[in-house]
Design a protein around this ligand. Structure first.
Ligand code: FAD
Length: 394
């Protein structure tokens, strides 16, 4: 049986980040990253994390990736978010949060997931200590000294610590009796890239409508944006509508701030729920990424939160001889609890408040938007959260 210091189940955005951070923290470690979907630098699209989406990275995440040495390659494809425009359909004055107000070059950056994946895969391939196995973990067994994984290929491996990063609804957590608390939004997110007639000016738009929030994130081309459009699950899925219909409905929902919506790419649809793991760690096991907490995408916090988790876990494991020891994992859990709860609850509150048709909540969100404009500390707290609790740029 091959033995590792750390085995990571799932080589998506979170598994890959964790592998790179832990390999940097412990250069002598042997780390396995197991994923059934092959990923080469030239083609990462088979892996679910590296699909057609784009990810809004906070300034804090950009800093982490800079420290990992991968930001330079991402800079070539990243679009800066210099301001965020927040508006509510039917309530005219939108509010702006500007990077300049915080003396920062950008509040965050938008990176398409495929180049992000290519950079992660390339960094893992050249980082000594990391072995990528194209395989699937079928069963995990924990003993006092190690965790063991039976792979679909028939091989068995053992590791001092196994990180479960197998995505939302983690089948491995289920098999181990690790439960999740779920809150259903009765919404889906439709994503696509759109082209508009006016330049976006490196602005991200958050538009709240009576059927759910809609986000448009600037891409490198000044007239292209990544759309995340939340829609009620009970209404027909708009992703399958002909382009002209889709663009017309989007125009009607968003308005004309970006001129005309001229073209749209292929659409993809994702069901939305908030899911939080009951037991984020056990002796020799830790649950990370979407397997630990999967959030509504509208606030763009899911990966940013997980990257902060990965950074703190790597710090906790630095120099330790037994990374699966309970004390180590307890310490990690203690350090991460506050940020996890705050980020999860803020994202959830935003979705609830900004998806409601109830008159009292509609008034509350108008007051909230007004408050952002009038009450500087509220605006600062909101912006800090969005920037990933970070005060500097990459
Ligand atoms: C529409 C949308 C937009 C989003 N936008 C943003 C954003 O702007 N900013 C942000 O911060 N976050 C965003 N997110 C959240 C972000 O995408 C997730 O946080 C991230 O994808 C989670 O990655 P992961 O690696 O945990 O899971 P996944 O991407 O699901 O990867 C799990 C991996 O595990 C592998 N796997 C599964 N089972 C096994 C097994 N048994 N053995 C081995 N491998 C296995 C799978 O093949 C897969 O590669 C968005 C999410 C959505 C849905």
């Amino acid at each position: 049986m091959t033995t590792y210091d750390l085995a990571i189940v799932g080589g998506g955005m979170v598994g890959a980040s964790l592998a790179l951070l832990c390999a940097r923290a412990n250069p002598s470690w042997r780390i396995a990253v197991i994923d059934p979907h092959p990923a080469e630098v030239g083609d990462v699209s088979a892996r679910p994390s590296f699909d057609a989406r784009a990810t809004a990275l906070s300034a804090g995440s950009a800093s982490y990736l800079n420290n990992l040495g991968v930001w330079q390659s991402l800079n070539a494809v990243a679009a800066p978010i210099e301001q965020v425009h927040i508006s509510d359909k039917g309530y005219l004055p939108g509010q702006r949060i500007c990077a300049g107000d915080y003396a920062m070059p950008a509040l965050g950056y938008v990176v398409p997931n495929q180049p992000l994946g290519a950079v992660f895969i390339s960094a893992m391939a050249t980082q000594s200590g990391i072995e990528s196995l194209v395989d699937s973990v079928e069963q995990l067994t924990v003993t006092a000294k190690a965790a063991e994984a039976r792979l679909a290929s028939g091989a068995n491996i053992s590791a001092k610590l196994i990180a479960i990063c197998d995505g939302a609804d983690s089948p491995l957590c289920k098999a181990l009796g690790i439960g999740h608390r779920k809150r259903h939004y009765q919404q889906r997110a439709v994503i696509a890239n759109v082209r508009v007639s006016k330049p976006h000016g490196n602005t991200a738009f958050e538009r709240f409508t009576d059927e759910g929030p809609l986000a448009l994130l600037p891409l490198q081309n000044s007239r292209e944006l990544a759309l995340v459009w939340t829609q009620p699950i009970l209404e027909p899925d708009r992703s399958g509508r002909p382009d002209t219909d889709f663009l017309q409905q989007l125009q009607q929902r968003f308005g004309h701030r970006l001129g005309r919506f001229e073209a749209v790419s292929e659409r993809f649809s994702y069901p939305l729920q908030l899911s939080e793991v009951d037991e984020p760690w056990r002796s020799r096991l830790v649950v990370m990424g979407n397997a630990a907490h999967s959030l509504h995408p509208v606030a763009g916090q899911g990966f940013n939160l997980s990257l902060r988790d990965c950074g703190v876990l790597a710090d906790c494991l630095k120099g330790v001889t037994d990374p699966g020891a309970l004390e180590c994992l307890k310490n990690y859990g203690r350090l991460r609890q506050q940020d996890q709860t705050l980020t999860t609850e803020l994202s959830h509150a935003m979705v609830k408040l900004f998806s409601s048709r109830r008159a009292s909540l509609v008034s509350a969100r108008h007051l909230g938007l007004l408050g952002l404009e009038l009450f500087a500390p509220l605006k600062q707290a909101f912006s800090r959260q969005m920037m990933g609790g970070h005060s500097g740029a990459a």
